[in-house]
Every structure is written in structure tokens, then in C-alpha cells.
Write a new protein. Sequence first.
Length: 130
Amino acid sequence: MSYWETAHTRADQPPFIQDYTEIWQAAEKVVYSKTLQAVSSARTRIERNFDPEAVRQMKSAGHDISVGGPDLAAQAIEAGLVDEYHVFVVPFVTGGGTRFLPDNVRLELELLDEHRFGNGVIHLHYRTRA
């Protein structure tokens, strides 16, 4: 993800890259890792263990939070911390991989938006129903 530290310096970037670069650089980032020794981007800290209560506190302070990575996503979903889902359906089947949905979790979702891209990718935006 350190690409976003310098993305704005590359020539001929489309406006959405510049927009996301600004969001990325302004964000406080937490990386959960048991093995990473140092961070490679600004405004980033390492935490060794995922702490759902610490994330709840960040949420209650009004921070927007994004979760990346299937293991971390599964833990956040299981802890009831995920309010919205952005799902990208890609028209390739590869099989295998790491699941991001934990076992024994049932969620009722409300579709907020959908968008079909020219390359066949579909973006689905859901929020959890209370």
C-alpha cells in the first residue's frame, strides 16, 4: 500500500488516483501484523493483535474505517464492527484463496448501490440491517 505515498508524483495519473492519494496520505493507518518490524508509509503504526474494543472506540470517535485483508475482515465481521460492504465481483474464476467471511455469521444486508464497469467488474455496496 506504500504505492500511495508517491502515486501523486507519477505522470499522467487520472483524477481519481490523485483523489485517493490525498485520502490515503491524510489517513491514520493501523497495520495488524505479528511479523512486520517497521512501517513503510507515513501516519502508520503497527499493532500486533486485532483489538475489537480499540476499533469500537475509533468508530465512536467518528472515524471512517476501512478494513483490508481477508483475515482481518473476518475478525472485524465476527466482532460486529462492519457497517458497510463494498463487494467487487470480478469475471474470473481462480478457485481457492483465503475466505473473508467467518463461519457461523449471518448478516442481513441492504443494497445501497451497484455499478457495472465496462470490463465486466460489478461493484455492489451494501450496509448491514439493524
